[in-house]
Design a protein around this ligand. Structure first.
Ligand SMILES: NC(=O)c1ccc[n+]([C@@H]2O[C@H](COP(=O)([O-])OP(=O)(O)OC[C@H]3O[C@@H](n4cnc5c(N)ncnc54)[C@H](OP(=O)(O)O)[C@@H]3O)[C@@H](O)[C@H]2O)c1
Length: 350
């Protein structure tokens, strides 16, 4: 083991060095606030405006997060000519309509995960984005974090040989509440689109498209998925065993096993974190991708990296991020459609 972990501070561009963008946050909820704070405190961009279905809620949210403009409708938000990019922070059921609203207004768009409810909706958003020529990306924050970029390079140069197995999960024990977004079929709730997308995206990021998907799951009384295990098979080379649940909890770690070593990612593998590479001769090297404030305090917020990616891509004239392409978002939606078909989850209207 190296005495000191290798620091990953220079592996991806510093979000504070990305060009500025003026953001509008669509949906004054939990994740909208988290994104606004990350942009304000850790980038040179600003959150200029927010839009909510209720003006009073928008005003309160704007005051809490230091945002200048508050609109009582999403339509007014996307019509603001000074807003460059919209962050869609509504439930999965509404991502399609809200992304199309922003694209129709000519804005660049960052859409919270899951990109849409299903692949058919994703295709419509992607087609609209490509016709309008605006930048659109799914907010799969993990892809842009220093530890993910570093371990992708380590795997790519063969340090652990050929990848043969990935194990990852994301479980959160949420008390059952039929009114909560997570359990509401009308809002496209369930473990998979909310949490399971993280291990799924992690495996697809590292191994690409699987040849076979097998899933087994349990449902909630509201008909969405409560718990499932998914196995992805890659030819005769590798398996990814992934699980997710809203009724159990476990450490949010992940392991990548290769023919000549392994990588163990510490908790939580989808947020800024540390990992250890152990090669066949037993040599272990630790890498530190944690974020620290100037006073040395560790913090887990990582949304500034995806916000910076949008800003860099827009400034470079790109309409997609090479780290999270629209085809990759479509593929994730197709995989999740397949998992839901196998375990028997259909959202209303599908
Ligand atoms: N990346 C991450 O770390 C992370 C973490 C948690 C959640 N998420 C994702 O973020 C998205 C939103 O999750 P959240 O936890 O922020 O949800 P939330 O707090 O319930 O907020 C969602 C917001 O969506 C708006 N909305 C529009 N139509 C709605 C409807 N019919 N019912 C309820 N809300 C509606 C509401 O804003 P107004 O009332 O202001 O209009 C509401 O505040 C989801 O896609 C989720 O998967 C990401």
């Amino acid at each position: 083991m190296t005495a000191q972990p290798v620091l990953l501070s220079g592996v991806v561009g510093d979000p504070l060095e990305a060009p500025p963008l003026r953001w509008g946050v669509l949906g004054a909820g939990y994740i909208g606030g988290s994104f606004a704070d990350a942009v304000t405190h850790h980038t040179t961009s600003t959150v200029l405006a927010t839009g909510s279905r209720e003006v009073a809620k928008a005003v309160k949210f704007a005051a809490e997060h230091g945002i200048d403009r508050a609109y009582g409708s999403y339509e007014e938000l996307v019509a603001d000519p000074d807003v460059d990019a919209i962050y869609v922070a509504t439930p999965h059921s509404h991502h399609h309509d809200h992304a199309l609203l922003a694209i129709g207004a000519g804005k660049h768009v960052l859409v919270e995960k899951a990109f849409t409810r299903n692949a058919a909706e994703a295709r419509e958003v992607i087609d609209a984005a490509r016709s309008a020529g605006v930048f659109v990306m799914e907010a799969m924050m993990t892809r842009h974090l220093p530890h993910m970029v570093a371990l992708t390079e380590i795997i790519g140069r063969g340090d652990i040989g050929e990848v043969r197995e990935i194990r990852a999960s994301f479980d959160v024990d949420v008390p059952f509440d039929p009114q909560h977004r997570m359990f509401d079929a009308d809002l496209a709730g369930g473990a998979l689109l909310d949490l399971g997308i993280y291990p799924l995206s992690f495996a697809v990021d590292l191994l690409g498209s699987p040849d076979e998907v097998r899933a087994s799951g349990l449902l909630t009384p509201t008909g969405v998925d409560a718990q499932e295990t998914i196995v992805l098979r890659y030819g005769q080379q590798a398996l990814a065993t992934l699980s997710t649940s809203v009724r159990t909890s476990r450490p949010q770690t992940a392991t990548i096993i290769g023919s000549a070593g392994r990588i163990d990612i510490a908790e939580s593998y989808f947020l800024p974190t540390t990992f250890t590479v152990t090669t066949a001769d037993g040599t272990a090297t630790s890498y530190d991708g944690l974020l620290r404030s100037e006073s040395g305090e560790v913090y887990s917020e990582g949304k500034q990296f995806e916000a910076a990616e949008v800003a860099r891509c827009v400034a470079a004239g790109l309409t997609e991020s090479p780290r999270m392409t629209l085809d990759q978002s479509l593929e994730l939606m197709e995989l999740m459609d397949e998992v839901r078909a196998q375990i028997g989850v259909r959202y209303p209207g599908e």
